[in-house]
Design a protein around this ligand. Structure first.
Ligand code: SF4
Ligand code: SF4
Length: 382
């Protein structure tokens, strides 16, 4: 298993993480099985969005004796009422929900406390101007949550939250179809057939900015909906009109700037093992570039997808990484020190480009790579 830095939190997380959808099964006996399998597979990052007390309690039991081996992001503002999960900003309910969560988990702390499901600017305003954010910051001060997170499907809200400086971890929905759509307060609109009627070209600029800002500011992104709820794996259901493989979806999410882990949903040990097998998949199996290029309704012309399909370079330049750092610097209008440091440690730099053009013939998206290498050399000085 590969581990990545979760932004600036100091935590190292497995790039394949886990959602909690499968915990409920078999009267929550599945939770223990999934935690055991995760430990064997090297998966150390779990999301716990659900407020179901039985699930929370089963997670508490599964963590006994091995708390330090797992990193838990659990959600604040997600409560259980009348036998149902509910999102709330009512401070009395929020506090009661956190108290119940801590008592059921029996762990003393959660690594990341997510402000749950913020999909509108108005909701973000209520959170920041009302008592919720101060309460969450207080929880951090007391060590009950170690880092503050936020979950969202809306790039505009997420960007505002990230820029506010309060958020250290962002749980965000990342897949190649969502990435084409502008921000929406209704998550269903991101999948609505009518929004895919006209051909779609290139990533929504706000989403691009979101990922780049997360990387620049050291906000770790944990990914939900990488498979579009499974629809992306099925040609009949995928808005792109073609199916992708699980490895391609995982690789796409893991190659977005700022992303630390993908929370793969698993209902069984076998499903968890299938997601973890991404770690041993070949580059060809992970390569999403040709699949994207064949999408009938979508194109990414001239836009670098960081797919590495242009490799190998005779000078061993990692074109995808150089382009990523170039784009981060371009977005900033200068070279931030952290980006420069990342660029410096690349084993080969844009300045070594001999303009052979081999990469451009292999890039399915028609990116002007040689010009990018020239600009990177100019900007970074090597
Ligand atoms: S330049 Fe083209 S092939 Fe290379 S990483 Fe970017 S999109 Fe992929
Ligand atoms: S043009 Fe430059 S970056 Fe592309 S393959 Fe040739 S040397 Fe490598």
């Amino acid at each position: 298993m590969n581990y990545r830095k979760l932004g600036n939190t100091g935590l190292m997380v497995s790039e394949i993480g886990m959602g909690c959808e499968g915990f409920e099964e078999d009267q929550c006996r599945n939770t223990m099985r999934l935690f055991d399998a995760a430990e064997r597979l090297g998966i150390n990052y779990f999301d716990l969005y659900t407020s179901n007390p039985e699930v929370r309690s089963s997670v508490g039991k599964a963590l006994k004796g091995r708390r330090d081996r797992f990193i838990i992001q659990s959600h604040v503002c997600s409560v259980w009422k009348d036998g149902q999960y509910k999102r709330t900003r009512e401070i009395h309910d929020v506090k009661a929900g956190v108290e119940e969560m801590m008592s059921l988990l029996e762990t003393g702390y959660v690594d990341v406390g997510m402000i749950h499901y913020v999909d509108s600017l108005e909701d973000w305003r209520v959170i920041t101007e009302g008592p919720v954010l101060p309460y969450v910051l207080e929880l951090k001060k007391e060590g009950i949550i170690r880092h503050v997170g936020l979950s969202s499907h809306n790039s505009q809200v997420a960007l505002k939250a990230v820029k506010s400086g309060f958020i250290e971890v962002l749980m965000f929905s990342v897949n190649p179809c969502y990435d084409l759509q502008p921000a929406s307060e209704d998550v269903n609109a991101l999948w609505d057939e009518k929004n895919y009627k006209e051909p779609l070209v290139n990533m929504d600029p706000e989403r691009q900015e979101l990922y780049e800002t997360c990387q620049r500011q050291g906000v770790g992104v944990t990914v939900m909906k990488a498979f579009g709820g499974g629809d992306l794996l099925d040609e009949r259901l995928s808005p792109a009109g073609r199916a992708l493989t699980p490895y391609q979806c995982l690789h796409y999410a893991l190659t977005r700037p700022g992303v630390a882990t993908v929370l793969a949903g698993a209902h069984s040990v076998e499903q968890l093992e299938a997601s973890a097998s991404y770690e041993t998949a070949s580059d060809e199996e992970k390569d999403y570039a040709m699949a994207f290029a064949a999408f009938p309704k979508i194109s990414w012309k001239g836009h670098c997808m960081y797919c590495s399909h242009c490799a190998p370079c005779p000078k061993q330049i990692d074109v995808a990484s150089v382009t990523k750092f170039l784009n981060l610097a371009r977005a900033q209008g200068g070279v931030p020190e952290t980006v420069r440091e990342h660029y410096e440690v690349l084993p080969h730099h844009a300045g070594e480009c001999i303009r052979c053009g081999a990469c451009e013939t292999r890039c399915p998206f028609g990116v002007g790579i040689m010009e990018n290498m020239r600009q990177a050399r100019e900007l970074f000085g090597k």
